[in-house]
Design a protein around this ligand. Structure first.
Ligand SMILES: C[S@@+](CC[C@H](N)C(=O)[O-])C[C@H]1O[C@@H](n2cnc3c(N)ncnc32)[C@H](O)[C@@H]1O
Length: 525
């Protein structure tokens, strides 16, 4: 992210030795997060101006926030920056700081460290403590010089969500309605080990505090399920996610634990309100990037939650462009019927097409990108047919071999348009990666029955395959530009009294990111 030019961090390479190459989507996701955290810190520092204040970064890991603030002269001499993490993390961080001249210089001359404090300098203090042990946390903070009466920002950037948290999800509704009351009992029963107990403890101990938390939300939709599973699979489950799954419950979490104000908003909402379009344009154009929807989806699964007590922070007033939230009761107008499909077939994907076949009364699924079970993710090349409630993978045979390099069944952002009254659909356009458009010539996919002549009444268990015919452009005719993210629809029009199917293609994007406005007609059959 830093190497690709999204975000300026001249210190990170001291802490992270190996820079892995990541996709533009991942890079921009990190850039959004870093931009929001930077904004949070700068806004708090502007709020406190020159008055004495403190920042306590919970689970700071190897982040470089202190060093960037210090070198950018953003940290007024009256502010002290504390970082708390597990002993093994802070020991390593302290060692790196000690071994690196530029970092030691930013920290200044350390005091003789009292026991339990890894590093104590005038403005920077590194503390080894498990945040679940609140008694210990209090004594370590006191020892390090924390003043419980000063304005203090508690920052948790993807950190406290890893702490234990009891889940109310499976509890009966009438019990759930008692949650504010129960939360107190549970924070106590949990022996103060949960992230919510920490949130309650901060509000009880500090007279003037702000809690800024950046963490995941919405674990129950498609993206959220994959996200939660991912963190489980790498052995770092997000414990808060089930209990505080959305913005309302995040706000409730603070308001029922001693905080007088709380606002929780999606990272996307915050990001587009704290950056200008020129900056966003710069970031989106650093690498070939065409996954705006996925970026939006990802950023809507992270929340910035700001809570305050005894201190007025302008962080509560970040403008919002989101439409008003719809409550769960209001949003139940559409009832989804979720059907499980054959577990043997990996059907997860996005950026694919689903096309109805009028004759078969089924639908074709072509292309897209998704996870393969047990393997990494990638483009999906199997064409799926769903009919009679099941899903099967179709064999696809091509009628003209020599054009196959032009064809990509594993495209993304293509169209597949059903031809009225037939079992054929026209696959057109799409891309593999953003600079490589495919299916520049339309491909007619036709469903055919194998070994059953005539076809039986019911198509249950009938063996079928798809025939793919690449349609070369007529000589002398104008060939439309290659494109993806276009739209297409079938029109039936009578020519010499014979109805013919036309596929009408409109707009789209080219490999050079040009946005097209041409309307093209493909005479399909
Ligand atoms: C995903 S890392 C985030 C690090 C940093 N905030 C950042 O954004 O780069 C989570 C950090 O929280 C720390 N952490 C998790 N649970 C903790 C606990 N109970 N006490 C102290 N630190 C904890 C981990 O050690 C880790 O450094």
């Amino acid at each position: 992210m830093v190497q690709a030019g999204y975000f300026n961090d001249e210190f990170i390479h001291h802490f992270v030795s190996k820079c892995s190459r990541r996709s533009p989507l991942i890079n921009i996701g990190y850039y959004v997060r870093a931009t929001i955290i930077d904004f949070t810190l700068h806004t708090f520092l502007t709020d406190v101006s020159t008055q004495p204040a403190q920042i306590v970064s919970c689970g700071a890991g190897f982040d470089t926030n202190y060093f960037r603030l210090k070198s950018g002269t953003k940290l007024h001499p009256t502010v002290v920056y504390y970082e708390v993490d597990f002993p093994e993390v802070v020991e390593r961080k302290s060692r790196i700081i000690g071994d690196t001249a530029v970092l030691s210089q930013a920290v200044g001359v350390p005091d003789d460290e009292p026991r339990d404090i890894e590093l104590k300098a005038r403005q920077y203090r590194l503390l080894a403590c498990d945040l679940r042990q609140l008694d210990n946390l209090e004594s370590v903070l006191r020892l390090a010089g924390v003043d419980f009466s000063l304005p203090t920002l508690f920052l948790s950037e993807c950190a406290v969500t890893y702490m234990d948290e009891p889940s109310f999800q499976s509890w009966p509704a009438d019990v759930k309605s008692l949650v504010p009351l129960l939360s107190l009992v549970i924070d106590i029963i949990m022996l103060c080990r949960s992230s919510s107990a920490l949130i309650r403890w901060v509000s009880a101990k500090f007279d003037r505090a702000v809690f800024a938390m950046y963490e995941q939300v919405y674990p129950e939709d498609g993206f959220g399920i994959v996200m939660a599973k991912h963190f489980e699979s790498i052995n770092t489950p997000l414990f808060s996610l089930a209990t505080f799954p959305d913005f309302d419950s995040q706000e409730e979490r603070y308001k029922t634990r001693g905080w007088s104000s709380c606002v929780s908003r999606s990272a996307w909402d915050v990001f587009i309100n704290i950056t200008d379009s020129a900056e966003r344009h710069r970031a989106y154009n650093l690498e070939p990037f065409d996954e705006m929807e996925e970026l939006h989806l990802k950023c809507c699964h992270y929340a910035l939650t700001i809570a305050s007590k005894g201190f007025i922070t302008s962080l509560l007033n970040i403008p919002s462009t989101s439409p008003p939230r719809i409550s769960a009761e209001e949003s139940e107008h559409i009832r989804w019927l979720l059907r499980k499909t054959d577990a043997n077939i990996d059907i997860n994907r996005f950026a694919h097409t689903t096309t109805r076949l009028s004759e078969t009364d089924g639908y074709l699924v072509v292309g897209g990108f998704g996870h393969f079970s047990g393997k990494k993710h990638g483009r999906r090349k199997e064409v799926l047919l769903s009919d009679n409630g099941g899903v099967r993978v179709l064999d696809v045979s091509f009628t003209c071999e020599e054009h196959r390099p032009e064809v990509s069944l594993d495209a993304m952002h293509h169209t597949c348009t059903d031809l009225s009254g037939t079992d054929s659909a026209v696959l057109y356009g799409g891309r593999t990666w953003p600079g490589r458009p495919v299916n520049v010539w339309p491909v007619v996919l036709t469903l055919e029955t194998i070994g059953s002549d005539p076809p039986p009444e019911s198509s249950d268990n009938v063996a079928v395959r798809a025939l793919a015919e690449v349609k070369a452009p007529a000589s002398g005719g104008e060939t439309p530009r290659s494109r993806y993210r276009h739209s297409a629809v079938c029109l039936v029009s009578a020519v010499d009294r014979t109805p013919k199917n036309y596929v009408v293609v409109f707009g789209g994007r080219t490999e050079t990111f040009q946005v097209l406005g041409q309307l093209s007609f493909l005479l399909a059959i």
